[in-house]
Design a protein around this ligand. Structure first.
Ligand code: SAH
Length: 461
């Protein structure tokens, strides 16, 4: 066993000066070179800290009292900020949040991708970084026999029952969640009890179109039956004219995954609509749709600029969701091929092409890492490939197929800088060159950041 060399002990109370921030937003202070990570501490501050965890090379502390508050410290507007696991950065100025995120991207570009020279631009922020989320998935529980809704307490599944409002959430979603809880409570619908795997209502999911204000409510139950369905529908639709669709989803598994397999539209439309720029999108319950519409517009504009599409270009949009990026690309390209693993999203994508009179986009259901090698074997030679994978990034089979297809340009859109950097290394080794990185702040107040990268085939290959 290695003897630990930490200069502090658990439960010790120390004074610490903070120099830096981790990518999670924790303050970093050092004692004799040994770093302690302390949530809610800011660079430049000196504070009293209780040591709560001591590892060999680093430890964690709890902030007790700040001696000299940083000018970047702000009062968090949320009443449960220090309990909720949703936001991590409400205690810092928005400018500092943006700088922290840019630095995080620079760090992974250096440490993981070994691409020190590639410019990482300042993160594109929001003018008003609040109330931006168009989708909420709210857990339902019970306290003293009454239904409660609220996010989970940090690192737990205990519902925070005094959450008045979520300040990063669209107000209509907030109000819709409260209305469902109130009505369901009055009707005597029971909450799902996770520990006992009993009860009915698990989650209330609400999504509202930013431009259209159309709302879809999804009620997730453990049971096949939604008790008092008709009364619930009647009351909801009478109270809220913006509700266009009510969906019942059944999830009878013991799992953290929110939506189950079975989905039934129980009132209204199968879709809600939203527009980004000049394109209209139909969005169904199970489809991915970016959560921050104004920032999505900036992200897609950057992606299009980097893609630099010519009118006779063949383009692949991998991980295309409901065809959002594909349809913008299709307005400029000769032909776009989209691939996506969720069948409902592909059926939305086809509908969206039709809705916008776009005839040069074709969509396929499948895993990108299987479909790309198959397309390659079929002789498909795209000029440009756009990729926008989930947090885990791309599979190596996908990256290799992409390299072998020899597109002139690749645009990589990513919601996880670490896997982005890992994949960029593979692309560089395969003869591609990352030219610039644009971080876009899709998730203000949280420690997440989206990036778009311009990549070109290098002439030496
Ligand atoms: N480009 C879209 C969607 C991006 S989110 C947009 O901007 O809206 C990532 C998408 O990848 C999701 O729709 C998810 O369902 C899909 N996905 C996840 N794993 C995949 C895989 N192995 N192959 C193809 N698509 C996948």
């Amino acid at each position: 066993m290695a003897k630990h060399t930490a200069p502090v002990k658990k439960n010790e109370i120390i004074t610490l000066k903070f120099e830096d921030l981790t990518h999670e937003g924790n303050g970093v202070g050092k004692i004799d070179g040994y770093p302690l990570f302390v949530p809610y501490a800011l660079p430049g501050e000196e504070a009293k800290v209780k040591v709560v965890k001591v590892n060999k090379n680093f430890g964690f502390g709890k902030l007790l009292e700040v001696a000299n508050q940083s000018g970047e410290r702000v009062e968090p507007p949320c009443n449960v900020y220090y309990q909720c696991g949703g936001c991590q950065l409400q205690h810092m100025s928005y400018q500092l949040q943006l700088e922290m995120k840019q630095n995080q991207v620079k760090n992974v570009m250096r440490k993981i991708a070994h691409l020190d020279h590639v410019p990482v631009h300042p993160a594109l922020g929001m003018e008003d970084p609040w109330r931006y989320r168009n989708k909420v998935q709210m857990p339902v529980g019970e306290k003293n026999g009454e239904l409660i809704t609220g996010f989970y307490r940090m690192r737990s599944h205990d519902i925070i029952d005094d959450m008045e409002t979520c300040v990063i959430q669209d107000e209509l979603n907030d109000r819709s969640v409260h209305a469902v809880r109130r009505i369901a409570n009055r009707l005597g619908i029971k909450a799902y009890d996770e520990k006992a795997d009993r009860g009915v209502l698990r989650h209330i999911m609400v999504r509202t179109g930013n431009e259209t204000n159309q709302t879809m409510i999804v009620l997730v139950t453990r049971t096949e039956k939604l008790p008092h369905k008709d009364e619930l529908i009647r009351e909801l639709t009478e109270t809220f004219p913006h509700v266009k669709s009510i969906v019942h989803n059944i999830n009878n598994k013991r799992t953290n995954v929110i939506l189950g397999r079975k989905t039934k539209v129980i009132w209204g439309e199968e879709y809600i609509y939203d527009t980004i720029g000049d394109i209209r999108f139909a969005i169904s319950a199970k489809s991915f749709y970016q959560v921050n519409p104004p920032q999505t517009k900036k992200l897609y504009e950057k992606a299009l600029e980097y893609a630099d599409i010519k009118s006779d270009d063949i383009v692949v949009d991998a991980y295309c969701g409901i065809g959002t990026i594909s349809l913008f690309l299709a307005q400029e390209a000769k032909k776009v091929y989209g691939v996506e693993v969720v069948p409902e999203a592909i059926s939305d994508a086809k509908k969206n092409a039709e809705l916008n009179g776009i005839t040069n986009a074709e969509f396929f259901v499948g895993e990108a890492e299987k479909v790309m090698p198959w397309w390659k074997a079929q002789g498909l030679k795209p000029d440009v490939i756009v990729v926008d994978p989930p947090r885990k990034g791309c599979e190596v089979d996908f990256l290799n197929a992409m390299i072998e297809m020899e597109p002139e340009r690749i645009v990589y859109v990513s919601c996880n800088p670490s896997t982005l950097a890992r994949d960029l290394r593979v692309l560089e080794d395969g003869g591609y060159r990352a030219l610039e990185v644009q971080p876009v702040d899709m998730f203000p107040q949280t420690n997440h950041i989206e990036c778009v990268v311009k990549i070109e085939r290098s002439l030496s290959n």
